[in-house]
Design a protein around this ligand. Structure first.
Ligand SMILES: [Zn+2]
Length: 358
Protein backbone atom coordinates (compact mmCIF):
# COMPACT_ATOMS: atom_id res chain seq x y z
CA UNK A 1 0.00 0.00 0.00
CA UNK A 2 1.13 3.50 -0.76
CA UNK A 3 0.53 6.01 2.02
CA UNK A 4 -1.86 8.78 1.07
CA UNK A 5 -0.04 11.95 0.08
CA UNK A 6 -0.85 15.15 1.98
CA UNK A 7 -3.84 17.12 0.73
CA UNK A 8 -3.08 19.30 -2.27
CA UNK A 9 -3.81 23.01 -2.05
CA UNK A 10 -7.16 23.98 -3.50
CA UNK A 11 -7.02 25.31 -7.02
CA UNK A 12 -9.75 27.86 -6.39
CA UNK A 13 -7.33 30.53 -5.25
CA UNK A 14 -5.17 30.11 -8.31
CA UNK A 15 -2.63 27.94 -6.49
CA UNK A 16 -1.24 25.05 -8.48
CA UNK A 17 -3.52 22.07 -8.10
CA UNK A 18 -1.61 19.36 -9.85
CA UNK A 19 -1.60 15.76 -8.71
CA UNK A 20 0.83 15.57 -5.77
CA UNK A 21 4.21 13.95 -6.37
CA UNK A 22 4.49 10.24 -5.83
CA UNK A 23 6.56 8.43 -3.31
CA UNK A 24 6.90 5.33 -5.47
CA UNK A 25 8.60 4.91 -8.81
CA UNK A 26 5.65 5.67 -11.09
CA UNK A 27 5.65 9.03 -12.72
CA UNK A 28 2.87 11.46 -11.80
CA UNK A 29 0.43 12.17 -14.64
CA UNK A 30 1.12 15.84 -15.08
CA UNK A 31 1.52 15.73 -18.86
CA UNK A 32 -1.21 17.99 -20.21
CA UNK A 33 -0.50 17.33 -23.88
CA UNK A 34 -3.29 15.80 -25.94
CA UNK A 35 -2.56 12.55 -27.72
CA UNK A 36 -1.89 12.61 -31.45
CA UNK A 37 -5.25 12.79 -33.30
CA UNK A 38 -4.32 9.56 -35.11
CA UNK A 39 -3.71 7.72 -31.82
CA UNK A 40 -6.21 4.81 -31.64
CA UNK A 41 -6.80 5.40 -27.92
CA UNK A 42 -7.70 9.02 -28.60
CA UNK A 43 -9.98 8.02 -31.47
CA UNK A 44 -11.71 5.54 -29.18
CA UNK A 45 -12.26 7.99 -26.31
CA UNK A 46 -11.31 11.63 -26.84
CA UNK A 47 -10.77 13.28 -23.42
CA UNK A 48 -11.47 16.91 -22.63
CA UNK A 49 -13.65 19.25 -20.69
CA UNK A 50 -16.15 22.02 -20.52
CA UNK A 51 -14.39 25.28 -21.41
CA UNK A 52 -15.35 28.88 -20.63
CA UNK A 53 -16.13 31.04 -23.66
CA UNK A 54 -16.78 34.51 -22.19
CA UNK A 55 -14.68 36.73 -24.44
CA UNK A 56 -15.15 34.56 -27.50
CA UNK A 57 -15.39 30.93 -28.54
CA UNK A 58 -11.97 30.96 -30.16
CA UNK A 59 -10.27 33.66 -28.11
CA UNK A 60 -11.17 32.18 -24.72
CA UNK A 61 -12.48 28.68 -25.42
CA UNK A 62 -9.76 27.40 -27.72
CA UNK A 63 -7.01 28.87 -25.57
CA UNK A 64 -8.48 27.17 -22.50
CA UNK A 65 -8.83 23.88 -24.35
CA UNK A 66 -5.15 23.95 -25.28
CA UNK A 67 -4.13 24.66 -21.70
CA UNK A 68 -6.27 21.73 -20.55
CA UNK A 69 -4.73 19.41 -23.11
CA UNK A 70 -8.24 18.73 -24.42
CA UNK A 71 -9.05 16.38 -27.27
CA UNK A 72 -12.76 17.30 -27.10
CA UNK A 73 -14.58 20.31 -25.67
CA UNK A 74 -18.01 21.35 -24.45
CA UNK A 75 -19.27 24.94 -24.53
CA UNK A 76 -22.31 27.03 -23.69
CA UNK A 77 -23.73 29.12 -26.52
CA UNK A 78 -25.97 31.16 -24.18
CA UNK A 79 -26.03 32.17 -20.54
CA UNK A 80 -26.68 28.84 -18.81
CA UNK A 81 -28.90 30.53 -16.23
CA UNK A 82 -30.94 32.66 -18.60
CA UNK A 83 -33.32 32.50 -21.54
CA UNK A 84 -31.43 34.79 -23.92
CA UNK A 85 -30.69 33.44 -27.41
CA UNK A 86 -27.66 35.43 -28.57
CA UNK A 87 -26.49 35.32 -32.16
CA UNK A 88 -22.90 34.24 -32.38
CA UNK A 89 -19.95 36.24 -33.60
CA UNK A 90 -19.37 34.87 -37.12
CA UNK A 91 -15.66 35.66 -37.01
CA UNK A 92 -15.24 33.82 -33.70
CA UNK A 93 -17.38 30.94 -34.97
CA UNK A 94 -15.16 30.58 -38.03
CA UNK A 95 -11.93 30.82 -36.05
CA UNK A 96 -13.25 28.30 -33.51
CA UNK A 97 -14.32 25.83 -36.20
CA UNK A 98 -11.02 26.16 -38.00
CA UNK A 99 -9.03 25.79 -34.77
CA UNK A 100 -10.98 22.72 -33.68
CA UNK A 101 -10.59 21.14 -37.12
CA UNK A 102 -6.87 21.84 -37.19
CA UNK A 103 -6.36 20.25 -33.77
CA UNK A 104 -8.87 17.44 -34.26
CA UNK A 105 -11.10 18.61 -31.40
CA UNK A 106 -14.70 17.42 -31.33
CA UNK A 107 -17.21 19.92 -29.92
CA UNK A 108 -20.38 19.58 -27.84
CA UNK A 109 -22.87 22.21 -26.71
CA UNK A 110 -24.51 22.20 -23.29
CA UNK A 111 -27.97 23.79 -23.34
CA UNK A 112 -29.01 26.20 -20.55
CA UNK A 113 -30.06 24.81 -17.15
CA UNK A 114 -33.42 26.58 -17.07
CA UNK A 115 -34.73 24.37 -19.85
CA UNK A 116 -37.34 21.95 -18.53
CA UNK A 117 -39.28 20.11 -21.22
CA UNK A 118 -41.28 18.29 -18.50
CA UNK A 119 -42.51 21.47 -16.83
CA UNK A 120 -46.21 21.87 -16.02
CA UNK A 121 -45.87 25.59 -16.79
CA UNK A 122 -46.76 26.63 -20.36
CA UNK A 123 -44.39 29.62 -20.41
CA UNK A 124 -41.43 27.57 -19.18
CA UNK A 125 -42.31 24.94 -21.77
CA UNK A 126 -42.35 27.46 -24.62
CA UNK A 127 -39.14 29.11 -23.48
CA UNK A 128 -37.52 25.69 -23.19
CA UNK A 129 -38.29 24.90 -26.83
CA UNK A 130 -37.04 28.31 -28.03
CA UNK A 131 -33.83 27.98 -26.00
CA UNK A 132 -33.19 24.43 -27.14
CA UNK A 133 -33.84 25.32 -30.78
CA UNK A 134 -31.27 28.09 -30.38
CA UNK A 135 -28.67 25.74 -28.89
CA UNK A 136 -29.24 23.23 -31.72
CA UNK A 137 -28.83 25.90 -34.40
CA UNK A 138 -25.77 27.40 -32.78
CA UNK A 139 -24.31 23.89 -32.43
CA UNK A 140 -24.72 23.47 -36.18
CA UNK A 141 -22.99 26.85 -36.69
CA UNK A 142 -19.91 25.69 -34.81
CA UNK A 143 -19.83 22.11 -36.06
CA UNK A 144 -21.00 20.38 -32.88
CA UNK A 145 -22.67 16.97 -33.41
CA UNK A 146 -24.62 17.05 -30.15
CA UNK A 147 -26.46 19.31 -27.71
CA UNK A 148 -26.70 18.13 -24.11
CA UNK A 149 -29.96 18.86 -22.31
CA UNK A 150 -31.06 17.88 -18.81
CA UNK A 151 -34.06 15.57 -18.87
CA UNK A 152 -36.11 17.79 -16.57
CA UNK A 153 -38.63 17.62 -13.74
CA UNK A 154 -42.37 17.08 -13.48
CA UNK A 155 -43.13 20.30 -11.63
CA UNK A 156 -46.38 21.49 -10.11
CA UNK A 157 -46.98 18.22 -8.30
CA UNK A 158 -47.53 16.37 -11.58
CA UNK A 159 -46.59 12.70 -11.87
CA UNK A 160 -43.89 11.31 -14.14
CA UNK A 161 -46.33 10.23 -16.87
CA UNK A 162 -47.72 13.76 -17.11
CA UNK A 163 -44.16 15.10 -17.27
CA UNK A 164 -43.24 12.69 -20.06
CA UNK A 165 -46.39 13.62 -21.99
CA UNK A 166 -45.20 17.25 -21.85
CA UNK A 167 -41.74 16.15 -23.01
CA UNK A 168 -43.30 14.42 -26.01
CA UNK A 169 -45.47 17.40 -26.88
CA UNK A 170 -42.54 19.81 -26.81
CA UNK A 171 -39.56 17.84 -28.04
CA UNK A 172 -40.99 15.64 -30.80
CA UNK A 173 -42.01 18.58 -33.04
CA UNK A 174 -38.64 20.22 -32.38
CA UNK A 175 -36.81 17.04 -33.40
CA UNK A 176 -38.93 16.77 -36.56
CA UNK A 177 -38.11 20.38 -37.39
CA UNK A 178 -34.40 19.43 -37.54
CA UNK A 179 -32.90 22.68 -36.28
CA UNK A 180 -29.45 22.94 -37.79
CA UNK A 181 -30.46 20.99 -40.89
CA UNK A 182 -30.85 17.32 -41.82
CA UNK A 183 -27.26 16.61 -40.80
CA UNK A 184 -27.54 18.84 -37.76
CA UNK A 185 -26.77 17.99 -34.16
CA UNK A 186 -28.40 15.29 -32.06
CA UNK A 187 -30.18 15.97 -28.82
CA UNK A 188 -28.29 14.25 -26.01
CA UNK A 189 -30.42 13.52 -22.95
CA UNK A 190 -28.59 13.88 -19.65
CA UNK A 191 -30.30 12.19 -16.67
CA UNK A 192 -30.14 14.31 -13.51
CA UNK A 193 -29.06 13.39 -9.98
CA UNK A 194 -32.62 12.60 -8.95
CA UNK A 195 -33.34 15.74 -6.98
CA UNK A 196 -36.92 17.01 -6.72
CA UNK A 197 -39.43 15.61 -9.21
CA UNK A 198 -36.81 14.51 -11.74
CA UNK A 199 -38.40 12.45 -14.53
CA UNK A 200 -35.15 10.65 -15.35
CA UNK A 201 -32.19 9.88 -13.10
CA UNK A 202 -31.56 6.13 -13.17
CA UNK A 203 -30.58 4.87 -16.62
CA UNK A 204 -33.69 2.64 -16.55
CA UNK A 205 -35.73 5.89 -16.62
CA UNK A 206 -34.32 6.58 -20.08
CA UNK A 207 -36.49 3.74 -21.45
CA UNK A 208 -39.84 5.51 -20.93
CA UNK A 209 -38.23 8.83 -21.90
CA UNK A 210 -37.02 7.49 -25.25
CA UNK A 211 -40.40 5.82 -25.75
CA UNK A 212 -42.10 9.19 -25.19
CA UNK A 213 -39.96 10.47 -28.07
CA UNK A 214 -40.81 7.46 -30.28
CA UNK A 215 -37.12 6.42 -30.11
CA UNK A 216 -36.35 9.27 -32.45
CA UNK A 217 -33.11 8.73 -34.39
CA UNK A 218 -31.86 12.23 -33.51
CA UNK A 219 -31.85 11.46 -29.79
CA UNK A 220 -28.81 10.21 -27.93
CA UNK A 221 -27.68 9.94 -24.33
CA UNK A 222 -25.11 11.84 -22.27
CA UNK A 223 -24.30 9.99 -19.04
CA UNK A 224 -22.96 12.08 -16.18
CA UNK A 225 -21.10 9.77 -13.78
CA UNK A 226 -21.78 12.06 -10.80
CA UNK A 227 -25.51 12.25 -11.57
CA UNK A 228 -26.06 8.50 -12.01
CA UNK A 229 -24.01 7.78 -8.87
CA UNK A 230 -26.03 10.30 -6.85
CA UNK A 231 -29.16 8.66 -8.28
CA UNK A 232 -28.03 5.28 -6.92
CA UNK A 233 -25.91 3.44 -9.51
CA UNK A 234 -23.03 1.72 -7.69
CA UNK A 235 -20.06 3.11 -9.61
CA UNK A 236 -18.00 2.88 -6.40
CA UNK A 237 -18.12 -0.94 -6.48
CA UNK A 238 -16.04 -3.15 -8.77
CA UNK A 239 -17.96 -3.82 -11.98
CA UNK A 240 -20.35 -0.95 -11.29
CA UNK A 241 -19.56 0.87 -14.54
CA UNK A 242 -20.15 -2.31 -16.54
CA UNK A 243 -23.50 -2.88 -14.83
CA UNK A 244 -24.46 0.73 -15.57
CA UNK A 245 -23.67 0.35 -19.27
CA UNK A 246 -25.52 -2.97 -19.48
CA UNK A 247 -28.59 -1.39 -17.87
CA UNK A 248 -28.34 1.53 -20.28
CA UNK A 249 -28.27 -0.71 -23.30
CA UNK A 250 -31.23 -2.70 -21.96
CA UNK A 251 -33.17 0.55 -21.52
CA UNK A 252 -32.44 2.28 -24.83
CA UNK A 253 -30.71 -0.24 -27.08
CA UNK A 254 -27.17 -0.05 -28.45
CA UNK A 255 -25.55 3.03 -29.99
CA UNK A 256 -27.41 5.77 -28.10
CA UNK A 257 -24.55 6.68 -25.77
CA UNK A 258 -22.78 9.62 -27.42
CA UNK A 259 -21.09 11.48 -24.56
CA UNK A 260 -19.94 10.92 -20.99
CA UNK A 261 -19.62 13.68 -18.42
CA UNK A 262 -16.76 12.35 -16.34
CA UNK A 263 -17.15 13.79 -12.86
CA UNK A 264 -16.40 12.32 -9.46
CA UNK A 265 -18.95 12.94 -6.72
CA UNK A 266 -18.45 14.89 -3.51
CA UNK A 267 -21.72 13.43 -2.20
CA UNK A 268 -22.29 9.73 -1.41
CA UNK A 269 -24.05 7.18 -3.62
CA UNK A 270 -27.81 7.61 -3.61
CA UNK A 271 -27.63 11.09 -2.05
CA UNK A 272 -29.52 12.66 -4.97
CA UNK A 273 -27.16 15.60 -4.60
CA UNK A 274 -25.34 16.93 -7.62
CA UNK A 275 -21.91 17.82 -6.27
CA UNK A 276 -19.08 17.32 -8.72
CA UNK A 277 -15.60 16.42 -7.47
CA UNK A 278 -12.27 16.07 -9.20
CA UNK A 279 -11.45 12.70 -10.75
CA UNK A 280 -10.39 10.18 -8.10
CA UNK A 281 -11.09 12.61 -5.24
CA UNK A 282 -14.74 11.85 -4.63
CA UNK A 283 -16.93 8.93 -3.54
CA UNK A 284 -16.78 7.25 -6.97
CA UNK A 285 -13.00 6.86 -7.20
CA UNK A 286 -10.76 5.95 -10.11
CA UNK A 287 -11.92 2.40 -10.76
CA UNK A 288 -15.22 3.33 -12.42
CA UNK A 289 -13.47 5.66 -14.87
CA UNK A 290 -10.92 3.02 -15.81
CA UNK A 291 -13.77 0.53 -16.34
CA UNK A 292 -15.71 2.98 -18.50
CA UNK A 293 -12.67 3.60 -20.68
CA UNK A 294 -12.20 -0.12 -21.28
CA UNK A 295 -15.84 -1.12 -21.87
CA UNK A 296 -17.03 -2.03 -25.40
CA UNK A 297 -20.12 0.21 -25.02
CA UNK A 298 -17.93 3.34 -24.83
CA UNK A 299 -16.20 2.75 -28.17
CA UNK A 300 -16.03 6.15 -29.89
CA UNK A 301 -17.61 8.02 -26.96
CA UNK A 302 -15.85 11.20 -25.78
CA UNK A 303 -15.43 12.01 -22.07
CA UNK A 304 -15.82 15.60 -20.91
CA UNK A 305 -14.96 16.72 -17.37
CA UNK A 306 -17.07 19.28 -15.50
CA UNK A 307 -15.02 19.28 -12.33
CA UNK A 308 -14.02 22.04 -9.91
CA UNK A 309 -10.39 23.06 -9.63
CA UNK A 310 -9.61 25.81 -12.14
CA UNK A 311 -7.32 25.50 -15.17
CA UNK A 312 -4.59 23.50 -13.42
CA UNK A 313 -7.12 21.18 -11.82
CA UNK A 314 -8.78 20.62 -15.20
CA UNK A 315 -5.47 19.84 -16.87
CA UNK A 316 -4.72 17.46 -13.99
CA UNK A 317 -8.06 15.68 -14.31
CA UNK A 318 -7.71 15.21 -18.08
CA UNK A 319 -4.15 13.96 -17.58
CA UNK A 320 -5.41 11.53 -14.94
CA UNK A 321 -8.03 10.12 -17.30
CA UNK A 322 -5.38 9.89 -20.02
CA UNK A 323 -3.29 7.73 -17.68
CA UNK A 324 -6.23 5.37 -17.16
CA UNK A 325 -6.96 5.31 -20.88
CA UNK A 326 -3.40 4.15 -21.39
CA UNK A 327 -4.04 1.33 -18.93
CA UNK A 328 -1.90 2.83 -16.20
CA UNK A 329 -2.91 3.34 -12.56
CA UNK A 330 -2.53 6.98 -11.55
CA UNK A 331 -1.15 7.80 -8.10
CA UNK A 332 -3.68 8.06 -5.27
CA UNK A 333 -5.08 11.49 -4.47
CA UNK A 334 -6.83 12.66 -1.31
CA UNK A 335 -10.60 12.70 -1.14
CA UNK A 336 -12.20 16.11 -1.24
CA UNK A 337 -15.48 15.94 0.64
CA UNK A 338 -16.53 19.51 0.18
CA UNK A 339 -15.19 21.21 -2.90
CA UNK A 340 -15.73 24.95 -2.74
CA UNK A 341 -19.00 26.01 -4.29
CA UNK A 342 -18.49 28.16 -7.30
CA UNK A 343 -19.13 31.84 -6.73
CA UNK A 344 -20.97 33.93 -9.29
CA UNK A 345 -22.32 31.82 -12.09
CA UNK A 346 -23.36 34.40 -14.62
CA UNK A 347 -22.29 34.73 -18.20
CA UNK A 348 -21.67 32.26 -20.98
CA UNK A 349 -18.21 31.55 -19.66
CA UNK A 350 -19.19 29.86 -16.45
CA UNK A 351 -18.64 26.15 -15.96
CA UNK A 352 -21.33 23.65 -15.07
CA UNK A 353 -19.24 22.60 -12.11
CA UNK A 354 -18.41 23.09 -8.48
CA UNK A 355 -21.87 23.27 -7.03
CA UNK A 356 -22.96 20.71 -9.56
CA UNK A 357 -25.84 21.11 -12.01
CA UNK A 358 -23.76 20.06 -14.98
ZN1 LIG B 1 -23.03 16.89 -16.62
Amino acid sequence: MIPSPPPAPSGEGGAPDVVPPLTNAREAPTDARPADPADPARRRNPLGGHVPVAGGLARTGLAYARRMGAETVQVFVANPRGWATPTGDPAQDEEFRAGCAAEGLSVFVHAPYLINPASHDATTGERSVVSLRHSLRRAADIGAPGVVVHTGSATGGRDRETGLAAVRERLLPLLEEEPGGPDGPMLLLEPTAGQGASVCSLVEDLGPYLAALDHHPRVGVCLDTCHVFAAGHDLDRPGGAGRLLTALEEAVGPGRLRLIHANDSAAPRGSRRDRHARIGRGHIGDTAFAELLAHPATEGVPLVIETPGGPEGHAGDVARLREMRAGRTPPPVPREEHPPRRAGGRGTGSRPTGGGRG
